[in-house]
Design a protein around this ligand. Structure first.
Ligand code: DGY
Length: 325
């Protein structure tokens, strides 16, 4: 009987599907993720591993689990927590969950953009602190949204879904993304042009060695003065020290971050002191239906891998399957 380790309780939607074919499930029931040692100890001997973005899965972890490991399925679209090259070298397919979280994440990017522009979080805190004494012509003025220019860095599924939404707000949309075709009236530009012209910059690239700290002091210095930055991708894409300096000096108007580095963000992080920085705890895909669909896709990948079939969504499919054809 196949052994499966699942690193956290995921929606039953996915679990029940796995159980139908593979009843021997071992599910970590802690609220916190298992430590590296706990993960290895529980997963040792497993044929299938279903993990989350909070689990760092490198070659040593794979080796410690054992050479019988047939599939790693992550309930996430991002796989920067997995050493995919190490999995490929061991012939292990890695599954992810693209598509089903596109709308939820694009909605979140929009919510953050509008909240940062119109100072919604700050205004809520202001009111609840009893500071609202009267309507005033100059109270908590924000940045204009309709008619402004939105620059999307990374024009994949989520970037395009943001551009689609932007049409309804009469935004001019430009993007920078090598090889991506134009869509939803968005126009490709080089990165410098995007930073020079955009009132809002949305980060939508995966975290890779190339995109690590893409948003650094140089990037921020090139942004239009008074612009707003939104990151719903990965915290590691952004140099938080550089962002702090740009926000503190009001070089940019505001930032809104769905993701940070590390996660959770330590409470002494200077960004937390800033009124013009909204930070939420990685909630881009946090809707019930989205999480159910993510669990379903992760389950389908896991099951396919255990049965020796091609994973419906496999990030290293070319190396794993096409080589064997
Ligand atoms: C993912 O799946 O990679 C997302 O970041 C989860 O919200």
């Amino acid at each position: 009987m196949k052994k499966i380790f699942i690193t956290r309780a995921i929606p039953e939607f996915g679990l029940s599907l796995v159980r139908e074919s593979f009843p021997r499930l071992d599910i970590w029931d802690g609220e916190l993720p298992p430590s590296r040692e706990e993960l290895v100890q529980r997963a040792r001997g497993a044929d299938g591993l279903l993990c989350l973005l909070t689990d760092k899965i490198d070659g040593d972890v794979m080796d410690a689990i054992g050479s019988q490991l047939k599939v790693i399925s992550s309930m996430s679209v991002g796989v920067d927590h997995i050493d995919v090259a190490a999995a490929t070298a061991r012939g292990i397919p890695v599954g992810n969950t693209p598509g089903v979280l596109t709308d939820a994440t694009a909605d979140q990017a929009f919510a953050l953009m509008l909240s940062a522009a119109r100072r919604i979080v700050e205004a809520d805190r202001f009111l609840k602190a009893g500071k609202w004494v009267t309507w005033s012509p100059s109270l908590l003025l924000g940045a204009d949204f309709a008619g402004s220019t939105l620059g999307i860095v990374g024009f994949g599924r989520i970037g395009q879904a943001i551009a689609k939404r932007a049409q309804g707000f009469d935004l001019r949309v430009i993007y920078h993304s090598p090889n991506a075709q134009p869509a939803y009236n968005a126009h490709p530009v080089d990165l410098d042009t995007l930073l020079r012209e955009s009132d809002f910059v949305s980060i939508n690239v995966p975290l890779t060695a190339q995109t690590k700290h893409l948003v650094n002091a140089k990037f921020l210095a090139k942004m239009k003065p008074g612009a707003v930055l939104v990151n719903t991708a990965r915290g590691g894409v952004l140099d938080q020290k550089a962002l702090y300096a740009a926000l503190k000096s009001n070089k940019i108007f505001a930032a809104a971050l769905d993701v940070t580095d590390p996660e959770p963000l330590p409470l002494d992080c200077p960004l937390l002191e800033l009124e013009n920085c909204i930070i939420v705890p990685h909630l881009g895909s946090a809707s019930k239906k989205t999480r159910e669909m993510m669990a379903l896709l992760a389950a389908q990948n896991l099951i396919a891998g255990l049965k020796g079939e091609r994973l419906p969504n496999c990030v290293n499919s070319q190396a794993i399957y096409d080589e064997k054809l």
